[in-house]
Design a protein around this ligand. Structure first.
Ligand code: SF4
Length: 646
């Protein structure tokens, strides 16, 4: 048992050694780090939750705690970030303070470019040539095989550093991938890149259920996927027919052998026709294509029946299993010739990319099957999204039992967890959502850091007169629009943001706004456009950022945001199947989440001690929600709220 004085001494000493003698703890920072160290070292608490408002220095809380735990208690840790903006903040601190025991890495796909072939890392030259990380790490091998590019490769350098550092800052997605998929195949800890460590710090922890849902979900695009799969089959039958004979030796689901297995599903709603399909025909590519299409139709026809859906999905996996086996063989055979080729020809490059795509696709579908079988097939949900232009359908498969998934894929991997967020919401609702009841201690401990900002110049006006719910939206939206225009005109030289709740509302407002106001609006339609819009908005004189996804992940200090308009309360879409099921399973989740989003939305405007911002809530639905969830609103928001009439 360590005394509190000793813990305090360690923290101060660490901060002096690594952050400099002039480093000053912010108010409550030292006490919070003491709480973290004590809860792990003395109390051995499994899960501690810290509600840390903007300005409390969350990143430093994690960095200092991890450093103290390593230096004085020999505990290694991970720090997880939910977005790249936050990840970069950690990297900046680590670099500026030259913290050598810390490494950092993002997921490889979409975040790094191979400078040898100028492609995304998923198609980097070393990936296409199937060079292992062990080979790339070996200096002698690199020199002998002309792979000195590793020395200058940002991804490889970050990866090797993150791997050997006792404290590593990773994205949630990357960490989940290693804990649940990679380490499962490499059971021995000494060969795992990122093995289990003693402690994990989870920043923006309110995002955990969504992140886990995304990790466990899978989507099948009935047109694109079939085309990619078939082009691999076509390639294989062109170049490698001999190897197909070996397929008899691999495991398969004997249902595939049965005539009409899939047809039985198909016929439940299509009694008029039957097609005969035989296992012997399966390597006739036209038949496989037809077979896969039938399978997609069977999924469509059984979308409300989880038991049948899972059977069909298993059958789909069985078919893909053959392809997986074959694509592994092809890649193995190709490896040597790829390595000796100075420049890949376009056709080979395309097929290797498709094979790489397929192995991730197959892994995801298998992972989903496993998660749904573990959590209970009754929680399986399937949603269908139809592309308005092409009419292509995307089937997305989810699991409503998020608390179970959170424990299974996240909490249970590491004993001591420190979860931090500015908006945890109600403690019991948060515990329910992330599955604390499945942990050994069955409870978590929560600490709230009070805000130190002065909000005197940041009132929140609530105008309850009009509502944006289904019943009132038609007649009230134009009135809310008129109010919005009035507020914008009163802030003629200021920048601000408008939270619209949906893209549809954003477009409606934009299309109906007077010309001079439209000139100030920065509208976006997807995440790529959003990045561009934010940067243009920042460079503008009096721009207004408008959209439904400005709730978190953007920092708009000082003159970047002097007014915020909440046009619509951001309730999750009740027609969405997963939302409906979650309301059934976790009754507090709906309101709790919506209020958290409002707290986050308001938080965009006051980012430091001298900052200020006016907020206007124009959707009258806030009144009822506020009464139902008042307990979760921080005192500074309650004190700033002023009701006015339109
Ligand atoms: S190690 Fe070389 S080939 Fe591989 S990603 Fe880096 S630069 Fe590209």
């Amino acid at each position: 048992m360590e005394t509190l004085d000793k813990i305090k001494e360690h923290i101060i000493e660490w901060a002096e050694d690594y952050l400099g003698l002039d480093f000053q703890f912010r108010k409550y920072q030292l006490e919070t780090i003491m709480f973290i160290i004590k809860s792990i070292i003395n109390d051995d608490r499994e899960t501690s939750i810290i509600e840390a408002p903007t300005g409390s220095g969350k990143s430093l809380l994690c960095i200092i705690s991890a450093g103290v735990l390593l230096k004085y208690y020999n505990k290694k840790s991970y720090i997880l970030c939910s977005d790249l903006y936050l990840w970069q903040q950690y990297v900046d601190i680590i670099e500026s303070k030259k913290l050598n025991n810390y490494g950092y890495l993002k997921g490889s796909i979409g975040n790094y470019t191979c400078f040898m072939n100028k492609q995304d890392l998923s198609c980097a030259r070393c990936k296409l040539e199937k060079i292992s990380y062990t080979q790339l790490k070996d200096k002698k091998w690199r020199t002998q095989n002309f792979y000195n590019c590793v020395d200058k490769c940002i991804y490889m350098q970050q990866r090797f550093r993150a791997e050997k550092s006792p404290i590593s800052v990773l994205t949630y997605q990357l960490w989940l991938y290693h804990m649940n998929l990679v380490n499962k195949n490499n059971k021995e800890e000494n060969i795992q890149t990122f093995p289990v460590r003693d402690v994990i710090f989870c920043d923006e922890c309110h995002n955990i259920p969504d992140i886990i849902q995304q990790f466990c979900s899978v989507t099948i695009n009935t047109e694109k996927d079939i085309n990619k799969i078939m082009s691999i089959f076509d390639y294989i039958s062109e170049i490698n027919l001999n190897n197909l004979n070996n397929l008899n030796s691999i495991d398969y689901n004997e249902n595939i052998m049965k005539d009409d297995y899939i047809i039985n599903y198909y016929n439940k709603t299509n009694n008029n026709k039957t097609n005969k399909l035989h296992y012997n025909d399966i390597f006739d590519n036209d038949k496989i294509k037809k077979y896969l299409k039938l399978l997609y139709i069977a999924l469509y026809n059984n979308q409300e029946n989880p038991d049948q859906l899972i059977d069909i999905l298993i059958l789909y996996i069985d078919i893909l299993n053959y392809l997986n086996y074959m694509s592994d063989m092809i890649l193995e055979q190709m490896q040597e010739s790829l390595f000796n080729t100075k420049k890949l020809d376009k056709e080979t490059e395309n097929i290797v990319k498709k094979l790489n795509w397929f192995s991730t696709y197959f892994l995801n579908i298998k992972n989903y099957k496993e998660s749904i079988i573990n959590s209970g097939t009754e929680y399986m949900l399937m949603d269908i999204i139809t592309d308005e232009e092409t009419k292509n359908e995307t089937y997305s498969f989810m699991c409503a039992k998020e608390d179970f998934l959170c424990n299974e894929y996240f909490l249970k991997h590491i004993k001591n967890k420190i979860l931090l967020s500015a908006t945890v919401g109600l403690h019991h609702a948060f515990d329910d959502n992330i599955g604390i009841k499945y942990t050994v201690q069955k409870m978590s401990y929560m600490s709230k850091i009070p805000s130190t900002f002065n909000y005197d110049k940041s009132p929140i006006y609530f105008i309850p007169t009009y509502k944006m719910n289904y019943a009132n939206k038609k007649q009230d939206f134009p009135k809310i629009q008129a109010l919005t225009i009035k507020i914008i005109n009163a802030n003629i030289n200021q920048k601000g943001i408008i939270h619209t709740g949906s893209y549809e509302n954003a477009r409606f407002f934009y299309n109906n706004a007077p010309y001079e106001i439209r000139q100030r609006l920065y509208l976006y339609g997807n995440s790529k456009q959003k990045e561009e819009s934010i940067s243009n908005f920042k460079n503008s004189k009096n721009g207004i950022l408008i959209g439904p996804t400005l709730i978190d992940g953007i920092d708009l200090p000082n003159d970047y945001c002097r007014f915020i308009i909440i046009m619509k309360i951001p309730y999750p879409n009740i027609t969405n199947k997963i939302v409906k099921k979650k309301i059934e399973l976790f009754p507090d989740w709906y309101n709790n989440t919506t209020s958290n989003m409002i707290i986050q939305s308001i938080g965009r405007g006051v980012r430091n001690e001298n900052d200020y911002c006016n907020t206007y809530i124009l959707d009258g639905c806030f009144g009822q929600l506020y009464q139902q969830t008042k307990e979760q609103y921080p005192e500074h928001i309650k004190n700033r709220l002023k009701i006015i009439t339109a």
